[in-house]
Design a protein around this ligand. Structure first.
Ligand code: ADP
Ligand code: MG
Length: 698
């Protein structure tokens, strides 16, 4: 039998394959490019391309593609075959270094936020050698960045790589102060936990809302939801288990470290977590994972829903971004050390994160803002839209002690003297894990929990890396050239804790009292919706930081804001359209038909016996008729609102109109339709119910 280690990474042109197929010189040269970002020589590129092609062809590949991540949030590819005609009428398989390094997809219809005028249709893709090439189907996929001819980033990978570089640069400055001469690189790692729903293809096909928008736009609550908590970590059903098995195998072949899988809170909800890797690779892998999850589902007659809120009133799906910083010498900078020296270093990096999250809380919120995620954040579930940090009681007590220069009152009752004392060990068990916190310290990493299940993790990590780079820059600027480093470190840590104390919160993040305190007393931002937060991307404070860290240019930043708002508007408008269609052609006629049936029954009963009361039928008929009139009225109001929204040319203004007028109309229409669903005979209702959908996988 084939074991996992036999086929793990078998579809990846990874280090093992490179070593085996490249000459020593070429391999060494490529490694330099990968590890140190050295420029690639064209001769090296040619040799790598030839080896890659031979390897790919031997695995059955016929095509190659530059695989990239445009601002739509999904991945894009354009396939070219390897074939080149030979003079004798046949073909040979060719792939040059030039084709490996640079591609020119005709990409005029990807969003560019006005960066690339349409007459200048072409952007170009550039190989990212830090993420391995892989084979998907019969195609060799080469991870690439996507830019305009002017060099502006049109994708999510480019700013992510820039943010990693920014953090590396500033972290190295700080590490140098601690005498870490051997460290050459600091990189960030991420392990994203991915939630999703599985329903049957059969049910999915019957719901236009799921097909067009990824979520249900109508549907009354099922008689049984998640209140029994019997699904969470419960036994995995055989059909789901078969799916997970198949999925794991596909992911493993692609070198993706799928590790944990379990049922989630809601019926039909599940989670998949990989072992963490470098942010850039983790991002590519998460995009691939989402794509493969959907493909494998189809093979099993299932549909994988990645929407943040497929079902109202049922737990939504998020993604947890577990994040840390580590040196190339293997030190996790967010792991409390064993010596006093290491502990001060840990505290400095911890403070850098605390300062970053407080100073740029709005950017973190913006990084997860989509129409889909608005149903979770600030609505009635998982993390609030207010960003705060959970440190756990023990670490919080240590920081208190440092700030007030009083003895640490924890179990060990020690006087915290930085550079002298050893911090108590914060092992996982003592950090009581607060599931309601948006940004939680979990022993040796932070877990950011505001991401929606369909978000690309690139956006969050771009903001996180850049903001932490900025804190580290401020620290390094202050500490470099310090006369008494130890004293300055002590002051820096104390001052940072004092200044950013407001972002620290160990309590229940879902509590209304907390939202009140956070916003009114502490002055934290609370952006409930995408239109509320997105324009703040361009606030001077944010733009200065992102441009200063060389993560975005002013043009790129403006383009992002525009594209994100445009995505929001388009998404909700498609939803409104779908609702209008479903209500007009499905729901209203169904209710009408059922009331007609009811009238027929009344007549039939009365003609049999004119004295029967028909009380139930008459009252239902009356209620449903009135409800249907009200649905028709709300439908018309929604149509009018949508028309008004369409007439607005400016995207920011349009997004406000959607938030304030269109969405409330949608909610009103839905509420009435859901009431009608409860009163209408199932045989008349045109769509599968929530119960049908949520309990469809047996
Ligand atoms: P859980 O949160 O479910 O208890 P873990 O905390 O073990 O599970 O891990 C959650 C995710 O965090 C996994 O993807 C794991 O690989 C990742 N992770 C663990 N350590 C780190 C780290 N140092 N940096 C980034 N991610 C990490
Ligand atoms: Mg977790």
């Amino acid at each position: 039998m084939k074991t996992v280690s036999d086929y793990f990474g078998s579809m990846v042109f990874d280090d093992r394959v490179m070593k085996a197929t490249l000459s020593g010189d070429i391999y060494a040269s490529l490694k330099k490019t990968i590890d140190e970002g050295r420029e690639l020589d064209i001769n090296v590129a040619n040799a790598v391309a030839a080896a890659m092609k031979d390897w790919a062809v031997s695995k059955g590949a016929t095509h190659f593609t530059h695989w990239f991540q445009p601002l739509t949030g999904i991945t894009a590819e354009k396939h070219d075959s390897f074939i080149t005609p030979s003079p004798d009428g046949g073909v040979i398989m060719e792939f040059s270094g030039k084709e490996l390094i640079k591609g020119e997809p005709d990409a005029s219809s990807f969003p560019s936020g006005g960066i690339r005028a349409t007459f200048e249709a072409r952007g170009y893709t550039a190989w990212d050698p830090t993420s391995y090439a892989f084979i998907k189907g019969k195609t060799l996929c080469i991870p690439t960045a996507f830019c305009s001819y002017g060099g502006e980033a049109l994708d999510k990978k480019t700013p992510l790589l820039r943010s990693m570089e920014a953090l590396n640069k500033q972290a190295l400055r700080v590490l140098k102060l601690f005498g870490n001469a051997d460290v050459k690189r600091v990189s960030t790692s991420v392990g994203p936990e991915q939630e999703y729903f599985l329903i049957t293809q059969e049910m999915y096909e019957k719901r236009p809302d799921l097909r067009f928008t990824g979520r249900t736009l109508f549907g009354s609550r099922p008689p049984k939801g998640q209140e029994m908590d019997d699904h969470y970590f419960g036994v995995i059903k055989p059909r789901v288990a078969a799916y997970m098995e198949d999925l794991n195998e596909e992911l493993w072949k692609l070198g993706i470290l799928a590790k944990t899988e379990h049922n989630e809170v809601a019926p039909a909800q599940h989670e998949l977590a990989p072992i963490y890797s470098t942010t850039n690779v983790a991002t590519d892998h998460n995009q691939l994972t989402m794509e493969i999850m959907q493909r494998i589902a189809a093979k099993h007659g299932l549909v994988c829903l990645l929407h943040e809120k497929p079902f109202a009133g049922v737990n939504g799906s998020g993604k947890h971004n577990n994040w840390s910083m580590a040196t190339d010498t293997g030190v996790n900078l967010l792991s409390p050390g064993d010596t006093p020296h290491e502990n001060v270093q840990f505290l400095v990096f911890l403070c850098a994160v605390i300062k970053a999250v407080d100073d740029y809380q709005d950017l973190l919120r913006i990084s997860v803002a989509t129409a889909g995620n608005d149903h979770r954040l600030g609505a009635n579930e998982a993390p609030p839209a207010v960003v705060s940090i959970f440190l756990g009681d023990e670490l919080a007590a240590v920081l208190d002690a440092i700030e007030s220069e009083t003895p640490y009152a924890g179990t060990q009752r020690i006087q915290m003297k930085l550079g002298v004392d050893v911090l108590p060990k914060f092992n996982r068990d003592t950090t009581d894990r607060n599931r309601t916190s948006p940004f939680a310290f979990t022993g040796n990493k932070f877990e950011f929990r505001m991401l929606g299940s369909s978000n690309s993790i690139a956006c969050t990590n771009i903001m996180l890396n850049s903001a932490v780079a900025e804190s580290l820059k401020v620290f390094a600027d202050r500490l470099e050239g310090a006369a008494d480093l130890e004293a300055d470190l002590h002051d820096l840590i104390r001052e940072t804790i004092k200044e950013h104390r407001r972002i620290l919160f160990n309590g229940n993040g879902y509590d209304d009292a907390w939202i009140e305190e956070a916003t009114k007393v502490r002055g934290l931002s609370n952006y409930r919706t995408t239109p509320d937060c997105m324009p703040h991307l361009l606030d001077k404070k944010n733009a200065d930081m992102l441009i200063g860290q060389k993560v975005y240019s002013p043009v790129e930043l403006k383009a992002r804001c525009e594209i994100m708002l445009e995505n929001y508007c388009k998404t909700v408008m498609i939803e409104a359209n779908t609702m209008i269609d479903m209500a007009a052609t499905g729901i209203i006629p169904a209710v009408s038909a059922y009331t007609a049936e009811m009238a027929k029954t009344i007549n039939a009963k009365r003609s049999a016996d004119s004295t029967v009361s028909c009380g139930y039928e008459i009252s239902t008929l009356k209620k449903l008729s009135a409800l249907n009139d009200s649905i028709a009225m709300k439908l018309e109001e929604l149509e009018q609102a949508l028309q008004k929204v369409r007439e607005i040319g400016e995207v920011e203004e349009q997004s406000y109109m959607i938030r304030d007028v269109l969405i409330p109309r949608m909610n009103e229409l839905r509420a009435r339709c859901d009431q009608a669903e409860i009163k209408t005979a199932k045989s008349f209702w045109p769509y599968p119910s929530y119960a049908d959908l949520l309990f469809s996988v047996k």
